[in-house]
Design a protein. Structure first.
Lengths: 227, 482
């Protein structure tokens, strides 16, 4: 998952970014003002945006409106010091998906972001399942046939992204885009490495293969073989 | 404060005027009536006297005396007369005539008498000529004096009656006019009542809607309604300012708290090495210090803005500008050294002493210098950054200028640099610890001291802040003789 954090307070932005990277295993880009934030949101494909309201150059609300006017469906979580009902209602009507008032709890921020991302993929609960492969995104646990698997963070993030989109073929570029911060070009061969790792841990002892490679297109998680 | 009632004042005023007018007119009416009545009375006296005269039989050859045809006289009640000859001897008199009265010398006159303690009006005729007698027809014709008196009671009663009617009419009119005045005043005060009603409707919650306090249609009340509208406008503006400040302050505080909280949470998020915990704690302490500075600056600003000018002048000692500036530079020395910024403090002309408490001047100069340091960037390595503090006396002013060779302020930002929580370059000043209140504090202090501050800047070249403080006048002690 790749998240944009648009927050002008450097210390707060750094803390949020660190919490999302360390705790949720997300890739995080940080923008320090509204204009930069809007540029990021318009040029990259994010799984969610964390947006502060009081921003220099372009207010958070303007960023939100311009994003929505451009047709972006990315979930947006607003950070605000104010919690007047009119403001909140206005923001939600402008296309915000959720909000948190400062000072907020980092765990709550992570939980809300996770819920927003899950919802945006059409899932209602934190538990994802394909065949006998289960993933609890809230506790970061993966099981196959009741046996808990031990994944490295990058494998987990890769699997999470694929399991959020069951049956869909995801390109390598898209995976790189969503799993890494800037300058992901230099990691261009890592996806194959992690896919191989996942195959070994998930499909090795099983007759039903779940992780598939669609040559020339990308990767996909599903029970039956793709045509 | 004693409240006055416009209505009561008007009513009392009208009543006093009316009472005076009523009294005057009653007096005039009574006097006029009295004159009229007495003219009538006198005319009737003359007639009676003529009648009496006609009843006198002049003496002829047969008898030498006068005789009176009493049967021709019909005396009314309260009428009396007497005829005397030149020697004062009574020739003839009414039966009820009594006593003697002092007489005027004029040949014909009307006098007021009291007979038997009752008021009378009398006609006195001396040397009365007799009717039907040619003067030379009868020799040694006796010279007669006639006094004819009539009681004035009837006339006086008439006058009293008229006076009563006049007074009653006046009292009636007075009451009627007071009622009318009261009504007119009520109607006249209606526009004021309307203004009051509209002004009453205005409160903090709805004054966005009540844009104007209109004084109905009364021309005279236009200044009042204009003043009220103006006042509401100014109050609204200042409320709006306060509200924005409160919102900004809340945002800054909550953000500062959010930083502390997030730093601590991040540190506790997972098991870490001792060194990592230490690092987290240090970061949290750093964040807490920023929060502390923000709270301190906000309270400081609120305190300065809450104080009146009187307080400022009463605790105002005089500050030796250059020595205060040197002290501030000494305090900031570690920061200046770390950033390799050179500070030059200069005195132009004689020593400038500003009319400002040294503690306040210290804060002003500290904030201006800190601002200049932040503007100069970290500047490590180039050593070219320089801040120049100059103090000079110009006329009755002490001019302090703080010039830096930093990044400068853009033309769009320049008018806002003294606004609370304004930051020229947000990310840079946040990182350097500025909270956007330093220059607001400077502005508030300078204004309170009756001084002024201006700023000029060129992006990339540097900024100059100029404070103009009143200088200390000659001390009164110096002017005392001996």
């Amino acid at each position: 998952m790749r998240i944009a954090v648009i927050e002008d307070e450097p210390r707060l932005a750094d803390n949020i970014a660190a919490a999302l990277r360390e705790g949720s295993g997300y890739a995080v880009d940080v923008a320090r003002d509204g204009a930069e934030g809007l540029y990021l949101a318009q040029t990259n494909s994010y799984d969610a945006v964390v947006l502060d309201l009081m921003l220099p150059k372009l207010s958070g609300r303007e960023v939100l409106r311009k994003m929505r006017a451009g047709g972006a469906k990315t979930p947006v979580l607003i950070l605000t010091a104010r919690d007047e009902k009119e403001l909140i209602v206005g923001l939600l009507n402008d296309g915000a998906d959720d909000y948190l008032t400062k000072p907020f709890d980092l765990r709550e921020l992570r939980a809300r972001l996770q819920s927003l991302i899950r919802r945006s993929q059409g899932h209602a609960v934190a538990k994802l399942a394909i065949g006998d492969l289960e993933m609890d995104t809230a506790r970061a646990i993966v099981r196959r046939g009741g046996v808990t698997l031990t994944l490295v963070p990058m494998e987990y993030r890769l699997l999470e992204y694929l399991m959020h989109r069951p049956g869909k073929v995801i390109s390598k570029t898209k995976l790189l885009e969503h799993l890494y911060d800037f300058h992901w070009e230099k990691f261009s061969n890592v996806i194959e490495v992690y896919i191989a790792g996942l195959r070994k841990k998930i499909d090795a002892g099983s007759s039903v293969k779940l992780i598939h490679t669609v040559r020339g297109h990308g990767y996909c998680v599903r029970e039956e073989e793709p045509e | 404060m004693i409240q006055i009632s416009i209505r009561r004042r008007l009513l009392v005023g009208v009543a006093v005027v009316q009472i005076i007018a009523a009294t005057l007119s009653t007096v005039l009416v009574v006097r006029h009536e009295r004159r009229q009545s007495y003219m009538v009375l006198d005319a009737s006296l003359s007639e009676h006297a003529a009648l009496l005269k006609s009843a006198i039989e002049p003496p002829d050859e047969s008898n030498s005396g006068l005789s009176l045809h009493r049967e021709l006289l019909i005396l009314q009640r309260g009428e009396r007369y007497v005829l005397r000859d030149a020697n004062g001897r009574v020739v003839a008199a009414s039966s009820n005539w009594m006593g003697d009265v002092p007489l005027p010398d004029a040949p014909r006159s009307f006098i007021d008498l009291r007979i038997e303690d009752r008021p009378y009006r009398a006609l006195v005729l001396h040397d009365m000529a007799l009717l039907n007698v040619e003067p030379d027809e009868v020799k040694n014709l006796p010279r007669l004096t006639l006094i004819y008196a009539v009681r004035t009671r009837g006339a006086e009663e008439h006058i009293k009656h008229v006076a009563l009617i006049a007074a009653a009419t006046c009292v009636g009119l007075l009451l009627a006019s007071l009622l009318a005045t009261s009504w007119v005043v009520s109607v006249g005060l209606q526009p004021i009542v309307q203004i009051v009603e509209r002004a009453t409707r205005i409160d903090a919650s709805n004054w966005e809607q009540e844009d104007r306090v209109e004084g109905a249609e009364a021309k005279e009340l236009a200044p009042i309604s204009a003043a009220l509208t103006h006042m509401v406008g100014r109050l609204r503006a200042s409320f709006e300012r306060e509200r924005r400040f409160a919102a900004d302050a809340a945002h800054e505080m909550k953000t500062a708290v959010a930083i502390v909280k997030s730093t601590l949470q991040l540190t506790l998020d997972r098991e870490r090495e001792a060194a990592e915990y230490r690092q987290g704690m240090e970061r949290a302490l750093d964040d807490t210090e920023r929060l502390q500075r923000l709270v301190g600056d906000m309270l400081h600003l609120a305190k300065i803005e809450g104080l009146s000018n009187d307080v400022a002048s009463s605790d105002g000692l005089d500050a030796e500008v250059v020595s205060v500036a040197e002290e501030v530079v000494r305090r900031l020395a570690p920061l200046l050294t770390a950033r390799q910024i050179r500070v030059i403090v200069q005195q132009q002309g004689e020593a400038a002493t500003a009319r400002m408490a040294p503690e306040e001047l210290r804060v002003v100069l500290t904030n201006l210098l800190e601002n200049a340091i932040y503007a100069s960037g970290d500047g490590v390595g180039d050593g070219a950054s320089e801040i120049r503090v100059t103090a000079a006396t110009e006329g009755k002013e002490c001019v302090i200028s703080v010039a830096d060779t930093g990044c400068g302020i853009s033309a769009e930002a320049l008018p806002h640099v003294f606004e609370r929580f304004f930051r020229g370059d947000p990310s840079r000043s946040r990182e350097s610890g500025g909270n956007g209140l330093g220059l607001s504090i400077v502005m508030a202090m300078v204004e309170r001291a009756g001084a002024s501050i201006t700023v000029s800047s060129e992006p990339g070249v540097g900024s100059v802040f100029v404070v103009r403080l009143p200088i200390v006048q000659q001390r009164p002690v110096d002017m005392l003789p001996g």
